[in-house]
Design a protein around this ligand. Structure first.
Ligand code: ASP
Length: 290
């Protein structure tokens, strides 16, 4: 395949179309996936990413995001960042140096401000209302099932693979909580010589298996994208069930360097894919929970 793009959830549909158009025009995978994610971040109808994202336990919206370039293996990431328009643009800009690639909290905010990134209050009236409604009911729960991450993987016409992620994380998360999304190897990984992977679901669970790196290792061992995705998720899922009696939701997208893709998931999951051979479309995998 000349180019391909793979993304998590139906919310990525318009972004996938845009990324595919950019890849067809010869733009880089880095440019295409940052634009694809930024479209999701700007849409208040998507409640787990960007503007209108899920508030934390204090009613404030904080972002996690990461970016990796599969040619250089350089990455950039931000965690627990409040008050800016685009987590992914800030994260991607951090890939250039050899140090300070992953900034969190106040340090990330100071960096974003110093580099002229646009500020934005991401708490919409709808998010505020939801928070007020649910805060009493959710006091006792550690994780509320109202979260998703937008992840994009792309292969461009130069053979470069990149991965990018953005989320507001778990609804009602504790202040300071950082999920899997900005962690290279866990929430995302890209190696242009092999393939790329990215994860969505319960971050604390995904961290237990360094899920994205696990899938890329399986590609390196010669598995197909589908085999690698399935093996990474099913091994971790089965291990967690054996050790703890349950496994929380997790889904993984994998794009190999030839543009073929695979999905591993322990829940019903939607994703978007496009390539020079296939028009952008949303697909669904239905999984009965064990
Ligand atoms: N992985 C994200 C987190 O734990 C949430 C999600 O993708 O559903 O913050």
């Amino acid at each position: 395949m000349k180019y391909a793009v793979l993304a998590t959830w139906k919310m990525a549909e318009e972004g996938t179309k845009k990324a595919a158009r950019m890849l067809a025009e010869g733009k880089s995978s880095a440019e295409a996936i940052v634009e694809g994610i930024a479209m999701v971040e700007d849409n208040p109808d998507f409640h787990s990413v960007g503007y209108g994202g899920r508030p934390n336990a204090e009613g404030r919206v904080f972002f996690d995001g990461g970016f990796m370039n599969g040619d250089t293996l350089h990455f950039g990431a931000i965690g627990s960042l409040e008050g800016f328009r685009s987590a992914i643009r800030i994260a991607a800009s951090l890939q250039d140096s050899d140090a300070n690639n992953f900034l969190v909290g106040e340090g990330a905010e100071r960096y974003a401000a110093a580099h002229g990134f646009e500020r934005r209050d991401n708490v919409t009236p709808e998010a505020k209302q939801l928070y007020e409604q649910e805060k009493e009911r959710l006091k006792e729960l550690s994780a509320y099932d109202g979260h998703d991450t937008v992840c994009f993987l792309a292969l461009d016409q130069n053979g470069t693979l990149c991965a990018a992620t953005s989320t507001s994380g778990l609804f009602m998360k504790q202040p300071g909580r950082v999920g899997d999304t900005p962690l290279p190897g866990v929430g995302y990984y890209a190696d242009s010589e092999t393939g790329a992977a990215a994860a969505t679901g319960m971050g604390e669970e995904i961290m237990k298996g360094a899920l994205s790196y696990a899938a890329v290792r399986f590609l390196k061992d010669g598995l197909s994208a589908q085999e690698a995705a399935e093996k990474a998720v099913s091994e971790l899922n089965d291990t967690l069930i054996r050790r703890n009696g349950y496994a929380n939701p997790m889904s993984l997208i994998v794009l190999s360097r030839d543009g073929t893709y695979g999905i591993g998931t322990n829940i019903t999951f939607t994703y978007c894919y496009a390539s020079d051979r296939e028009a952008a479309a949303v697909h669904e995998i239905v999984v009965e929970r064990k």
